[in-house]
Ligand binder design. Structure first.
Ligand code: NAD
Length: 432
């Protein structure tokens, strides 16, 4: 029966009384079974739809004639790429210039007017953007607003034609709610916890270098950084010394003295990340210095999925290792959580990498490396589910800020062609 089919409906928010809950969970169970994925399946369903239109043509004509007394005939068409209008771009602090300017380029290229709002946490970048950028652009069309939470809330009361937001999922919800009041379309570039599957087949030194680079770049304050490794107990044993070696190779034996190792952006963020060090057990690093907002490159093991470090986005220099029995368990683990911005998979067997790709869902995917997928402008970049909505980079940025306007244009003459669609129409029951 309807009520029994749900698999992913554990969190139904008390909606079990809802008359459609059973139906929705039945479809979700079918979705999770991956039935709709194979090409043959899609072709078969579309063919069935085609048969419906063909076999029931008469019924459809009769029904629409009874309902609407209407018929239509399309002509040739074209798509016009129109700018949206007045766009708002809100940026985070972790790449304070890049994450404002990349969307800005697309918004200008598409022909919009733009207000940009940098993060208030990175004061120097904010000041630079506020004081210098406007000197280079047409002030009537491009403006910078410096604002904290209170002022941004007021800013969002205004009607914009598009909002492009980069930041946390919780603020993303606030932005989308504000946008909904004006039916404003949004792109939400959000965060999450990115998993990294490491198979037993891997060259452990190579994996360690690539993971350490991705995790500790910008002191871990990167939305696409791998947050946790999923691997076997045996791989964990080999990975820990290899990670330690890679950390020393990149940042020396005292990373706090390395010019290539960053600091946490602010005191509040420092305390939040520091508190996460109490999850599980420190296998590497763990040293902190509040004055400098320094947290050493750290690896945690024996972390439970319910521990704080596995419940929130770390956004700091901490890598977690979670052990799993096999690839199936790793995939189940990934699928039991919110859809991440990126899934990473390392294996010398490409079938395994493809298996992780095929059986998970995420904004992006990168096999046998970290972060590199973001560097290709030919690839769309964005999240799915709680990691975001929409995509950009390269051509996709232009398209994001463009309304694809479907247009039909006809000659004012050639009127006889139109007589077919003008009433009085020929009706099916006429038998003609
Ligand atoms: P944040 O959500 O706290 O802030 C982002 C922006 O929103 C800032 O400009 C801030 O002033 C504004 N803001 C904050 N609270 C607000 C409110 N209540 N109302 C209106 N505006 C508000 O994010 P952050 O701490 O600056 O950045 C870290 C987060 O961003 C992480 O979750 C990270 O994963 C994510 N991120 C995502 C991407 C991506 O491309 N998907 C890139 C970088 C960072």
């Amino acid at each position: 029966t309807d009520g029994e089919a749900g698999t992913a409906g554990a969190d139904d928010g008390g909606m079990s009384e809802n008359p459609y809950a059973g139906l929705v969970s039945r479809l979700r169970a079918a979705w999770l079974s991956r039935r709709t994925r194979p090409l043959e399946y899609r072709v078969a369903q579309l063919e069935a739809l085609g048969r419906f239109l063909e076999e029931k043509k008469q019924d459809i004509l009769e029904a629409t004639a009874l309902d609407m007394r209407k018929a239509t005939q399309l002509d040739s068409a074209f798509i016009r790429k129109d700018p949206y209008g007045v766009v708002l771009i809100i940026g985070p602090w972790n790449y304070p210039i890049y994450l404002l300017l990349v969307p800005l380029i697309g918004a200008i290229a598409a022909g919009n007017c733009v207000i940009i709002k940098p993060s208030e946490l990175t004061k120097n970048s904010e000041k630079l953007i506020e004081e210098v950028l406007p000197k280079y652009l047409d002030k009537d069309c491009f403006a910078v607003v410096t604002a904290g939470v209170e002022e941004t809330t007021r800013l969002l009361e205004n009607k914009f034609d598009y909002i492009f937001f980069t930041g946390s999922p919780s603020v993303g919800r606030i932005i989308m709610t504000a946008a909904a009041k004006h039916l404003t379309p949004v792109t939400l570039e959000l965060g999450g916890k990115n998993p990294c599957y490491v198979s037993d087949t891997c060259d452990v030194q190579n994996v360690a270098r690539r993971v350490v680079w991705g995790r500790f770049f910008n002191a871990g304050q990167t939305c696409i950084a791998p947050e946790y490794v999923l691997c076997s107990v045996e791989m964990q044993e080999k990975l820990i010394p290899a990670l330690r070696e890679a950390i020393t190779e990149f940042y020396g034996s005292e990373p706090r003295n390395s010019p290539d190792f960053g600091r946490i952006v602010g005191d509040k963020q420092f305390r939040r990340v520091q508190a996460l060090l109490s999850s599980g057990r420190v296998a590497i690093g763990g040293q902190t210095d509040e004055k400098e907002r320094y947290i050493a490159p750290t690896v945690l093991v024996d972390v439970k999925p319910s521990d704080p470090a596995m419940q929130e986005e770390i956004f700091g220099p901490i890598l977690i290792i979670i052990t799993v029995a096999n690839i199936d368990e790793a995939i189940d683990f990934i699928n039991s959580r919110e859809r991440p911005l990126v899934v990473y998979a390392f294996s010398s067997n490409s079938k395994e990498v493809n298996q992780v790709l095929e059986r998970t869902s995420s904004g992006g995917f990168c096999g046998n490396d970290t972060l590199m997928h973001v560097t290709l402008t030919s690839l769309p970049f964005g999240g799915i589910g709680s990691s975001g909505l929409g995509m950009y980079h390269g051509q996709f940025t232009f398209d994001t800020f463009t309304h694809h306007r479907g247009c039909l244009q006809r000659s004012t003459g050639l009127e006889p062609i139109n007589t077919l669609r003008y009433p009085p129409l020929q009706h099916p029951q006429d038998g003609s």
